[in-house]
Design a protein around this ligand. Structure first.
Ligand code: XIL
Length: 393
C-alpha cells in the first residue's frame, strides 16, 4: 500500500508560505498541483487521493483511501488507458452532434487513450432516427458512428425503445398490439442493422421501470404488456448478432425496489431464453448521494449471468460549486469507479459527457450542474483524479 497520509501532510505543512495559503476546503496538494500547499489557521491539509488534498476544518482525520501499488505516474492520465491496464474494456464519454463543431472539445474526446468508447447522447433516439413512420434519418447518428470508427473507439448504441424522445406518431398512434409490434420490430431492426458490426453494445430498452419497481406506463407497456421487452431484444439480436444487448435504467445502482424488479426481469428473460447480455446502470448521482452497496449490486447483477456497465455517469451539485462540493464529488467518482473496478463483470464506465460545458444537467435540473470531471474550460477537476484513484484502488 502506498502511504501518503501523515508524512505527506507533515511535508506539505513544512513548505513555506510562498504560494499563499489555501482557504477552508480549498486544494492544498496532490500530484501536479502547483498552488498553495498550506491551509489557513483552523484547517488541516487532508489527502483525499494521490492527486487531490484539501483543507478540512479542524485537526487531521485519517485519509479515506490511498492507491494500491504506489501513486500512478502523472503522465499516465489517459483514463481509458488506465481502465484498460486495470482489465476494463473501456472508459468512455457520451457526446452529441452540436458540440462536435467545438475543436477544443473534439480534440479531447477523440484521444482514445482518454476515451475508448463514445455514446451518442441523442442522435440514435427514436425522434432523431424515425421522426415519421418509415422515414429514417441518419445524419446525426452516422456522424457519431463515423467519429468512433475514425478514433478507434467502441460505440454504444442508445437506444431502441424508450418512453421519452419518442415521436407522437408512436406514442399517440392508438395502434393495436400487432401493429405496434411490427412498428417496434421495424424501428429496432433498421436502427441496429444500420450499425451492424460497429456497435459494442446497445441499450435496447431504456428505463422500463418506475422508482417503486412497477412497470412504467407508456405506449409500449400499455399496449403489449411486458412482451415489448422480448419483442425488442429479439429484433435487435436478429439485426446484429454480435452486439451485446442491454437494458438500461437509473436508480438501480444500490438496493431498491427498482433494482429488485430489474433483477427479476433479468431472471425471467434468461429463463425464457430471450437474448440479453447486460444491464446498464446509468449512474446519474448527486454529490454525497452515491448509494451504499453499489459494488454488491453490480456483483449481484453479474451473478445472474450477464455483464454490467455504468452507462451515464455524472455527479451533480448545487451551483455555483464550492471547494467542499468539488472535493465530495471527487470522492464520489472514486467510489463509483472503484466499485466497477472491483467487479470483474463490470466491463466499463461511460461519463454522460466529460465536460460541464456540454452536460445535460443544468437544463434538466435547474440550479444544479458542475457534474462532469472537466470544467467548462476543459480543465480537469478533482473529480478527474477521483476517477484515477478509483481505478487504482
Ligand atoms: C439526455 C440528453 O443528454 C439530453 O441532451 C436530452 O435533452 C435528454 O436526454 N437518461 C438517458 C439519456 O437514458 O438518454 C438522457 O439523455 C439522460 C437520462
Amino acid at each position: 500500500m502506498f502511504k501518503l497520509s501523515a508524512s505527506f501532510v507533515a511535508l506539505v505543512a513544512l513548505i513555506p508560505f510562498a504560494a499563499g495559503q489555501a482557504q477552508e476546503w480549498g486544494q492544498c496538494g496532490g500530484i501536479g498541483w502547483t498552488g498553495p500547499t498550506t491551509c489557513v489557521a483552523g484547517t488541516t491539509c487532508q489527502v483525499q487521493n494521490a492527486y487531490f488534498s484539501n483543507c478540512f476544518p479542524g485537526a487531521p482525520i485519517p485519509p479515506v483511501s490511498t492507491p494500491a501499488g504506489g501513486a500512478p505516474s502523472p503522465s499516465a492520465t489517459g483514463l481509458n488507458a488506465l481502465a484498460q491496464s486495470k482489465g476494463k474494456l473501456y472508459l468512455g464519454s457520451a457526446t452529441d452532434n452540436p458540440e462536435l463543431t467545438d475543436a477544443a472539445y473534439v480534440k479531447i474526446l477523440s484521444d482514445n487513450t482518454m476515451f475508448g468508447q463514445i455514446t451518442p447522447g441523442n442522435s440514435m433516439k427514436w425522434d432523431a432516427t424515425e421522426p415519421s413512420r418509415g422515414q429514417f434519418t441518419w445524419t446525426g447518428a452516422d456522424q457519431i458512428a463515423n467519429l468512433a470508427q475514425a478514433n478507434g473507439q467502441l460505440l454504444r448504441g442508445h437506444n431502441c425503445v424508450w418512453y421519452s424522445q419518442l415521436p407522437s406518431w408512436v406514442s399517440s398512434g392508438n395502434f393495436d398490439s400487432a401493429t405496434l409490434t411490427s412498428i417496434i420490430q421495424t424501428h429496432c431492426s433498421t436502427l441496429v442493422g444500420r450499425y451492424k458490426g460497429e456497435v459494442y453494445s446497445w441499450d435496447v430498452v431504456n428505463e422500463p421501470f418506475n422508482d417503486d419497481g412497477t412497470w412504467r406506463s407508456d405506449v409500449f407497456y400499455n399496449t403489449l404488456g411486458t412482451d415489448y421487452v422480448n419483442i425488442t431484444l429479439q429484433a435487435a439480436r436478429a439485426a446484429d448478432p454480435a452486439a451485446k444487448l442491454y437494458i438500461n435504467d437509473y436508480n438501480i445502482e444500490g438496493p431498491s425496489a427498482k433494482t429488485t424488479s430489474m433483477m427479476n426481469l433479468v431472471k425471467s428473460l434468461k429463463a425464457a431464453n430471450v437474448p440479453l447480455d447486460g444491464i446498464g446502470l446509468q449512474g446519474h448521482f448527486i454529490i454525497g448521494g452515491v448509494p451504499q452497496g453499489i459494488e454488491d449490486t453490480l456483483r449481484a447483477f453479474t451473478a445472474l449471468g450477464i455483464e454490467v456497465a455504468i452507462t451515464e455517469l455524472d455527479i451533480r451539485m448545487d451551483v455555483p460549486a464550492t471547494p467542499a462540493a468539488l472535493a465530495q464529488q471527487s470522492q464520489d467518482y472514486q467510489t463509483v469507479i472503484s466499485a466497477c473496478q472491483a467487479v470483474e463483470g463490470c466491463v466499463g464506465v461511460t461519463i454522460w459527457d466529460y465536460t460541464d460545458k456540454y452536460s445535460w444537467v443544468p437544463q434538466t435540473f435547474p440550479g444544479e450542474g458542475a457534474a462532469c470531471p472537466w470544467d467548462q474550460n476543459f480543465v480537469k477537476k478533482a473529480a478527474f483524479y477521483g476517477i484515477v484513484s478509483g481505478f487504482n484502488s
